[in-house]
Design a protein around this ligand. Structure first.
Ligand code: PHE
Length: 449
């Protein structure tokens, strides 16, 4: 296989840090509690875990294999691994489009995070009661300029890091900062669990009520797992193309899944006990993160600093995800269309920003930017996570199982017969039969409904 001479990630820890950086973000701390809260808590959680293990992990391995084998961005990867089957390249385009749509939604939420950093700096939350903090957050969504300015800052930061380049940009920041975020979450968890009434929240989040599991819970858990792990849209194909030849792809993917899942679980352990203690309902959606957490900091010794650190780190976690999202179109424009990196980044960032403005305006209560009861913002979130990413993931496993040569998979998966020899057949079987079947069944049940 002809390979382009590409920069590889400096170390194994570097690629895990970067892929975990893509995975860990607002999806864990903002979106996961929203979904768990809306889908019955424990019932959702158990389904989510099963999906991460049996579908998320194999799909992540699939993307790494395709990426490293081809050494290319998703569009180029599908073209070069299945020559003569032009249609598959469209799967790469799907990922590029999906990145844009997710970014628009993502940068809106990241804008709220930056607003929270500002509120933390100015000690806005100090001494405020629940109703006031809630009112402050609701009014932010009704504002025009404040969210747009925060989004602009975030989009700019993302583009700035991208222009600086892959290893230098991504690796350097994510390595040091994610462990600190983990540390703060643990401290927050301890505090949340000691609040009065916290036990109810723990029960809601961790005690599986199997009677609550239904098609909607499963499809939402599937979407959340793909969103949180950054899979199903070729981003990890791109990352795979940077992984060194002797790295063990399975253990890398496993580490990333574990890190991502631990952060999501911790977010649940912080947010639900605190929310129950303060009287915020689990269906509160956006407020779960953006109202519960400030209220929690208010109760803590050193709350000012915890609040500030936390939201700064959350912004950085969001950045390491958004750079991976923006990297997808940028790499496509540079590798497939021959545009310079700087130009590709600038144009993509402007496109994202325009969509992002529409998304944030669509949250105004008097907006006309909605379809039925769905605002443009919700629509972006719903369409990408529930459909585009899951369909993308489905087609990716089908590609590996049915279009790519089995030997190519084995060579790449085992690093030319040096690792994972016993696992390769089972993994191939899961990727070829189990994953496509499971995803199809879940999607079809939902479509029929
Ligand atoms: N996984 C990221 C998060 O949890 C979001 C993301 C989705 C990043 C899709 C890349 C691709 O925040």
């Amino acid at each position: 296989m002809e390979k382009k001479n590409k920069e590889s990630f400096g170390s194994k820890f570097g690629i895990i840090a970067a892929a975990a950086g893509s995975a860990i973000g607002l999806g864990n701390i903002y979106r996961f509690p929203c979904e768990a809260g809306a889908n019955g808590g424990g019932a959702f959680f158990i389904v989510y875990l099963a999906i991460v293990l049996f579908m998320g992990l194999p799909l992540m391995v699939t993307e790494f294999v395709i990426g490293r084998r081809s050494g290319k961005n998703p569009v180029g990867a599908f073209k070069s691994l299945a020559p003569g089957h032009k249609g598959w390249a469209r799967l790469g385009y799907l990922g590029v489009i999906c990145s844009f749509l997710i970014l628009a939604f993502y940068c809106t939420v990241a804008g709220w995070t930056i607003d929270a950093v500002w509120k933390a700096i100015t000690n806005y939350y100090h001494g405020k009661d629940l109703a006031t903090v809630q009112f402050g957050f609701d009014s932010l969504k009704e504002e025009t300029w404040q969210p747009i300015i925060c989004e602009a800052v975030f989009v700019f930061l993302t583009a700035f890091i991208i222009i600086k380049g892959v290893t230098k940009g991504i690796e350097k920041y994510s390595k040091i900062l994610m462990p600190i975020l983990l540390g703060i979450l643990i401290i927050l968890g301890i505090k949340a669990l000691t609040l009065p009434g916290a036990a109810e929240g723990v029960k809601f989040f961790l005690k599986p009520d199997f009677s609550k599991i239904n098609g909607t819970v499963v499809v939402n858990a599937l979407g959340q797992a793909f969103f949180s792990l950054s899979i199903g849209m070729g981003i990890l194909i791109t990352y795979g193309s940077y992984i060194a030849k002797n790295d063990n792809l399975t253990s890398t993917a496993f580490s990333v899944c574990i890190c991502d899942t631990i952060i999501a679980i911790l977010a649940g352990i912080v947010i639900f006990p605190a929310a129950f203690s303060f009287g915020i309902t689990p269906e509160a959606g956006d407020s779960l993160a953006f109202v519960t957490l400030p209220m929690l900091f208010n109760q803590m010794a050193g709350g000012y600093f915890f609040c500030l650190f936390f939201f700064v780190l959350l912004t950085i976690a969001a950045l390491t995800s958004s750079i991976s999202l923006l990297e997808a179109p940028v790499l496509y424009f540079t590798e497939e269309l021959g545009i310079s990196r700087k130009k590709a980044t600038t144009y993509s960032a402007i496109g994202v920003f325009v969509l992002c403005i529409i998304a944030s305006l669509s949250l105004h209560s008097d907006t006309c930017l909605k379809i039925g009861s769905f605002s443009f913002f919700n629509l972006l979130d719903y369409i990408t996570a529930t459909f585009l990413m899951t369909i993308g993931g489905l087609l990716t496993v089908i590609f590996l199982g049915w279009k790519m040569k089995k030997e190519d998979f084995y060579d790449e998966f085992t690093n030319d017969n040096t690792v994972n020899m016993r696992l390769r057949k089972a993994m191939y079987f899961i990727i070829k039969y189990i994953s496509p079947l499971a995803i199809t069944v879940i999607l079809i049940t939902q479509f029929i409904k």
